[in-house]
Ligand binder design. Structure first.
Ligand SMILES: [Zn+2]
Length: 125
C-alpha cells in the first residue's frame, strides 16, 4: 500500500527529559478526501476504534462482517479533527474515530470491492 492522499510534515515535541525532538508525522487534511466520501457527522466518538461499544462486535473476531475499512460510511471534520464514521454491521450503531491514517486503507477497500458503501456494486448512501 502506498500513501496517495496524505502529506508528510514535521513537528517539534517535548521529550520526557525536557529536550525538544523533531518528529515526522503524516497529515491528512479534509480537502484531500473526495467529496463523495464526505458525509454529515453522525454517531459518537469511539475510542476503541473497531469495537462496537453497544453490542461488543469486533471486526478482528468476526471477519465475516469485513474489516472496519469495509464498514466506513463517510469522513468529516469534528471537534477532535478529521474522523472516519462507521456503522456497526450487527446492531447498526453509528461511531466515529480519528482517521488520519485510514483513508488509504478505505480506498483500498473501495478498489478491492469489499467496501460496503462504495465498493463495486455497493449502493452509495
Ligand atoms: Zn454493534
Amino acid at each position: 500500500m502506498t500513501w496517495k492522499y496524505g502529506y508528510i510534515g514535521t513537528s517539534v515535541v517535548l521529550a520526557a527529559n525536557g529536550t525538544q525532538v523533531r518528529i515526522v508525522i503524516k497529515f491528512l487534511a479534509m480537502e484531500k478526501i473526495d467529496i463523495k466520501y464526505r458525509k454529515p457527522l453522525v454517531g459518537r466518538y469511539n475510542k476503541s476504534v473497531s469495537r462496537c461499544l453497544d453490542c461488543d462486535h469486533e471486526f478482528l473476531k468476526n471477519p465475516k462482517y469485513g474489516t472496519i475499512f469495509d464498514n466506513i460510511n463517510g469522513f468529516n471534520d469534528s471537534h477532535i479533527g478529521m474522523v472516519a464514521m462507521w456503522e456497526c454491521p450487527v446492531c447498526f450503531s453509528k461511531w466515529f474515530y480519528h482517521s488520519e491514517y485510514h483513508y488509504d486503507y478505505f480506498l483500498d477497500a473501495v478498489d478491492d470491492g469489499t467496501q460496503k458503501y462504495y465498493g463495486s456494486g455497493a449502493k452509495a448512501i
